[in-house]
Design a protein around this ligand. Structure first.
Ligand SMILES: Nc1ncnc2c1ncn2[C@@H]1O[C@H](COP(=O)(O)OP(=O)(O)OP(=O)(O)O)[C@@H](O)[C@H]1O
Ligand SMILES: [Mg+2]
Length: 337
């Protein structure tokens, strides 16, 4: 019995040891938490991207412009599929892809890099006893930003929601697009610019409602982009929902009909009828094993949970209670279809 216990303890120790060895490499990096984050891919990359003839044609049109060296600006209403399309067109080029997301706080340092530390070198010369010479050199270390690297190495950049960044920040792109140079303003570098690689390409995305306020300021940039609007047909939207969520065509059709009916009845803005909401409803229902039936109580609850906030956001209802009532009414209407 004692021998058995000893053997068991030995097994436990050896198991602990093995575990320790396995986790050692990540510990030696010193940043296990960061490593974990790196491994987590964005949702758009995990989920399958569905291609229909229409989507392939969009990709073809975008690729044709990019191939000639021009930047493409993909626009369209909220949840129209702009970012996913830009990502797919970018991946299609077969070059590394860099994603930058615009925001009002983004500045040149975020894009061009910054000073991340200092290196100091000290030389003490005391070779002749009576003469003491000391030389100290302090050099600031600059880490190039993602944009510099992408331009230098010829990546395909997606500058998502670029109109959320300030016009000052976006001015940087004028030089990249016009001169083929990345100016290194404010980086305190001896070299004043970095040359853009011939394979570098850039896709911008924005939402028309969002750039309404800043459009004028960004005219100079807009002039240099080929703007294409994403507006999929109903057939494509149904196919995306059907294939991505793996539901019946009939179910995908019912969800779109529900969204449209609620939008028409409440006069919500167009953005209410979005791929994102349609996919959320199907995914949540599928994950919870709930039938996609408008008269199913749980399904109705999922729809109200997902759509009420959106309805308020897009101006279709003044508060959540009225939004929920509009969703329930919509569900009743699609029941008979
Ligand atoms: N062809 C597709 N196949 C599968 N999923 C898609 C496809 N197109 C879009 N989606 C999904 O639909 C949702 C909305 O798409 P996306 O994020 O590209 O829209 P958007 O127009 O960029 O929205 P926003 O205006 O909010 O930025 C995302 O979850 C995306 O992954
Ligand atoms: Mg987007």
């Amino acid at each position: 019995m004692a021998a058995q216990k000893q053997a068991q303890t030995r097994r436990e120790i050896s198991a602990r040891k093995t575990g320790g060895v396995r986790s050692a490499p990540s510990q030696s990096l010193g940043k296990p938490a960061e490593k974990k984050q790196e491994q987590k891919k964005p949702t758009t990359e995990q989920a399958p991207y569905i291609k229909t003839d229409e989507i392939n044609h969009y990709i073809h049109r975008i690729s044709r412009v990019l191939a000639a060296g021009y930047p493409v600006h993909v626009t369209g209403r909220a949840g129209a599929g702009k970012t996913a399309l830009a990502m797919e067109a970018a991946r299609d080029r077969g070059r590394p892809v860099t994603l930058i997301t615009g925001n009002h706080e983004m500045n040149n340092e975020d894009l061009l890099g910054g000073i991340t530390g200092v290196t100091s070198t000290k030389l003490v010369d005391n070779f002749i006893r009576q003469v003491y010479k000391k030389e100290v050199n302090i050099k600031e270390d600059w880490t190039p930003g993602r944009l510099v690297e992408a331009c230098e190495k010829g990546h395909t950049v997606i500058y998502d929601e670029f109109s959320r960044s300030t016009a000052e920040t976006n001015n940087l792109f004028l030089s990249i697009l016009e001169e083929g140079l990345v100016p290194l303003y404010g980086t305190k570098q001896k070299k004043r610019y970095v040359k853009v690689h011939p394979e570098f390409r850039i896709l911008f995305t924005s939402n028309p409602e969002e750039y309404a306020g800043v459009f004028e300021k960004q005219d100079a940039l807009m002039d240099r982009l080929v703007t294409m609007e994403v507006h999929y047909t109903q057939k494509t939207m149904e196919t995306i929902v059907q294939k991505r969520a793996e539901v019946r065509h009939k179910d995908a059709k019912m969800i779109w009909s529900l969204l449209r009916k609620i939008k028409d009845a409440t006069k919500a803005e167009n953005g209410f009828v979005s791929l994102r909401s349609a996919l959320m409803i199907t995914s949540v229902a599928k994950k919870a094993n709930i039938a996609l039936e408008p008269d199913n109580k749980d399904f109705a609850e999922i729809c109200t949970d997902i759509l009420s906030g959106e309805l308020v956001r897009f101006g279709g209802a003044p508060d959540f209670q009225q939004a929920a009532a509009a969703v329930r009414k919509g569900l009743k209407e699609v029941q008979g279809e």
